[in-house]
Design a protein around this ligand. Structure first.
Ligand SMILES: *Cc1c(COP(=O)(O)O)cnc(C)c1O
Length: 419
């Protein structure tokens, strides 16, 4: 069973202060989880989590993670700007991007971020863009084929647009050394939202073996290995969460089996987790405002897919709690819908829930990562506010809701429509 991180009484009080819908974040949960991750990898001296900013790009959230010792993983110009404004030093920023515009490379280099190259052609593109290459560079590896654990195909790297092939990694490391690069990192992201303790250890073993071979083949000095994102969370109530301490031990074993014998016992392990760091610590809070009885039973809420796109985009399951009715029988079957003129704007389809009355507050679970962040403005809908639930139970608004003025801001000066 999934329980919200707020009680009904707490949430009712919060809803008198802030209009629904809004995203609510649990500071205590975020901090405790970040500390556990750090503990899981404490055996590695250089360990660092570079939070994937794209998952939850909010300055207050980034600052909380900063206090817990995290750096930032940026994928774009604006994410780099945000990390810089939040006070992250270049050494605490990873820039993992693909199909990268020249301006983004320029800013990353200016900030002193570690650039993670997605493709071999980006070496010369970067050199032409910024002149001298930085001393430290990372390359993204894509082994191709299918990535399977325990006979389950988790993902399909052979189909993914990211990363370099094995021969390209060799060529890249040689070329980068000729261009004066002295310190190398290897990065790979082979499977997403894995709810198994085996993903990271399996990936780590592949990357460690690759690193040892690349060192031999190219003489490159490899100082870090970036396991990237991909540790998942149990969106459905039947699944067990990953145990990060077990995962950390699994990676340690691979490290001791492969890197230490290769004389690479000083290599730092980096992670770039997004979902694992934030998803369970965010709720989308919304109110039931309409009920419709036609060929199916519908409950219309005041949030829609622009506030949380995952169900519409991937058919993703997000658990829903009807606040105050946790112990009532789930004897109704509903589609929970938003108001977009798109039939896929449904937070749940054929979901068994307790009877919902107008005005009931619904918590949509696990929206702390890739939730608000994926928002858009279709149908002229506006993005919601973001609220932080502090450790002492108080709340703080950390992003106001959009207004029509924000929506029209890019039209400033373009209202003269005489053609
Ligand atoms: C999206 C992404 C991440 C974070 O992925 P999660 O599944 O949220 O952990 C990390 N690194 C890169 C390069 C990404 O694109």
């Amino acid at each position: 069973m999934k329980t919200p991180f707020v009680t009904k009484e707490q949430l009712d009080a919060i809803c008198t202060q802030y209009a629904t819908p809004f995203h609510l974040y649990d500071e205590k949960g975020i901090r405790e989880n970040a500390r556990k991750l750090k503990q899981a990898f404490a055996w590695n001296d250089g360990f660092k989590e570079y939070f994937a900013v794209k998952a939850t790009p909010n300055p207050t959230i980034l600052r909380i993670l900063q206090q817990e010792g995290c750096g930032m993983d940026c994928s774009s110009y604006t994410e780099l700007l945000m990390s810089d404004k939040c006070g992250f030093a270049g050494t605490d920023i990873m820039f993992s991007s693909n199909d990268t515009p020249a301006e983004d490379f320029c800013l990353a280099a200016k900030l002193g971020a570690t650039i993670n190259l997605d493709d071999i052609t980006h070496i010369d593109f970067l050199k032409e863009t910024i002149g001298t290459l930085p001393k430290r560079i990372s390359c993204r590896f894509n082994p191709g084929g299918k990535f399977a654990i325990a006979n389950t195909i988790m993902d399909n790297p052979g189909d993914a647009k990211y990363g370099m092939t094995r021969p390209q990694m060799v060529e890249a490391f040689k070329k980068l050394q000729e261009y004066g690069v002295e310190e190398f990192g290897i990065h790979a992201f082979l499977a997403s939202n894995t709810v198994t303790n085996d993903y990271y250890p399996t990936l780590a073993k592949i990357l460690f073996e690759t690193a040892a071979a690349l060192k031999n083949e190219t003489g490159a000095h490899i100082t870090f290995i970036n396991l990237s994102g991909g540790i998942g969370i149990p969106y459905t109530p039947d699944k067990q969460p990953n145990d990060i301490l077990v995962i950390g031990e699994g990676v340690r074993k691979a490290y001791e089996d492969v890197l230490i014998p290769a004389g690479m016992g000083d290599v730092a392990i980096y992670t770039e987790l997004g979902r694992f760091m934030l998803a369970p610590y965010g709720h989308l809070v919304t109110k039931a405002i309409h009920e419709k009885h036609t060929h199916k039973e519908y409950i219309g809420v005041d949030a829609c897919a622009v506030n949380l796109m995952r169900p519409a985009m991937y058919g993703a399951y997000h658990h829903i709690t009807v606040m105050g009715k946790e112990n009532e029988p789930e004897d109704h079957v509903y589609d929970i819908t938003g108001s977009l003129c798109e039939n896929n704007d449904k937070f749940a389809i054929d979901r068994n829930l307790p009877k919902i009355d107008m005005g009931d507050i619904l918590v949509i679970h696990d929206t702390g990562a890739h939730g608000f962040a994926m928002g858009y403005n279709y149908n002229g809908k506006l993005k919601s506010s973001e609220i932080l639930l502090r450790e002492d139970g108080s709340t703080k608004i950390i992003r106001r809701a959009e207004t029509p003025e924000d929506y029209f801001a890019t039209l400033d000066g373009y209202w003269d429509v005489s053609l």
